[in-house]
Write a new protein. Structure first.
Length: 368
């Protein structure tokens, strides 16, 4: 048994040595394959235009985090008999909300109107204008257009698809968007340019934007950050704002009723200064009751209105900038050095794997 085992071990060692010898014999083939893969990689990376990525990091906070001022105000208001409703806390912004907002159609449509500086002329234009009028398509874009995109264009022509716009619903409906084909193409481009990464462990949010020019990248990052913060504020204070609007409408209505009751009582007293009949006294008491009720309702609604205003202020998040937007000094892509290293590894792996598989097939044929 030991001899059999030794024979097996020696046979495995011979096979491994034979494979190494085969690899050495085919070293020119391995070298050629690696050079071809590296050449193709270099050619492909030359088609990819340079991109610059700007980044910002911010921390969203609610006023509850530093609510000492509101607590003191609530204590003073309590002495006056006003309940400001400062108890209870506003829920934090869920991390999964950030990517959903960035990928939403309304957010990307707003980004199309972001102001950027044209590098050559140093004039302000919009993102839409830059890619529609000034941006020259890269060689890779042209390759995609006339290879990958050509069949869909031909099929669209046969189907008679509209070229000017994509109608997403009935005309005149504010809830349904009507997006042109050019805007749809730009919206698709934005998906690869803007990136948001919320960090659930420390609560920070990282926002990145890539553009062909470093200044443009910084400008788009700043605009995307402000737009994202605005969307988050609208999301957080939506319910509180609706309550505020409702409270304001009710307050105005009650104030009108209160003023009318006050005027009716004043007019009655002016006209009946010297009358002391039971009817006049009853009428005065009735008007006084109406005035008191109207005043009570008005006072309570005024308290609710102030409470709703403070609730909006409390729910509004405050954003602390951890890492401000800066103009990138170096390109973020393509990373040609890393691409070369990966290409060399792939070339070596593919060529050696080919030799190994070919050797196995030859061995199997010899056994048969």
């Amino acid at each position: 048994m030991m001899k059999t085992g030794n024979k097996k071990v020696s046979k495995d060692e011979i096979d491994l040595l034979e494979l190494i010898l085969k690899i050495w014999e085919r070293r020119l083939f391995i070298l050629k394959t690696t050079i071809i893969v590296v050449f193709l990689t270099v050619f492909f990376t030359l088609l990819i235009p340079n991109q610059f990525t700007a980044e910002t990091v911010f921390l969203p906070q609610t006023s509850q985090s530093g609510g000492a001022g509101l607590s003191n105000l609530g204590g003073l208001a309590g002495l006056a008999g006003i309940n400001l409703g400062l108890g209870g806390g506003a829920s934090e912004i869920p991390p999964q909300l950030y990517p959903k907002i960035v990928k939403s159609l309304n957010y990307r449509l707003a980004l199309l109107n972001a102001p950027v500086t044209l590098p050559e002329e140093k004039v302000k234009i919009t993102y839409r204008e830059y890619y529609s009028k000034y941006h020259e398509p890269s060689r890779l874009d042209l390759v995609k257009k006339y290879t990958i995109g050509l069949p869909s264009v031909v099929m669209g022509a046969f189907r008679g698809e509209a070229k000017d716009s994509i109608v997403a619903g009935k005309k005149g409906d504010s809830r349904i968007l009507n997006i042109s084909s050019d805007d749809q193409s730009l919206i698709g481009r934005l998906l690869n340019q803007v990136e948001v990464n919320p960090n659930s462990s420390d609560g920070t949010v990282s926002l990145k934007f890539s553009m062909p020019d470093p200044l443009m990248a910084a400008e788009m990052t700043a605009f995307a950050e402000q737009l994202l913060q605005k969307e988050l504020i609208d999301y957080k204070i939506k319910n509180a704002k609706e309550d505020l609007i409702y409270s304001e409408a009710q307050l105005l209505e009650s104030e009108t009723a209160y003023r009318k009751a006050q005027s009716r009582l004043a007019i009655f007293r002016d006209k009946n200064q010297n009358l002391s009949t039971a009817f006049s006294r009853n009428e005065e008491q009735r008007l006084e009751a109406e005035f008191t009720l109207a005043f009570t309702v008005y006072s309570e609604l005024a308290k609710q209105y102030q409470q709703a205003k403070l609730q909006v202020s409390k729910d509004t998040p405050v954003f602390t900038i951890i890492d401000p937007v800066t103009i990138p000094t170096g390109k973020s892509s393509p990373n040609r050095k890393l691409a070369m290293i990966i290409a060399i590894f792939i070339g070596l792996t593919l060529s050696i794997l080919y030799i190994f598989i070919k050797e196995m097939i030859l061995n199997l044929k010899q056994v048969e």
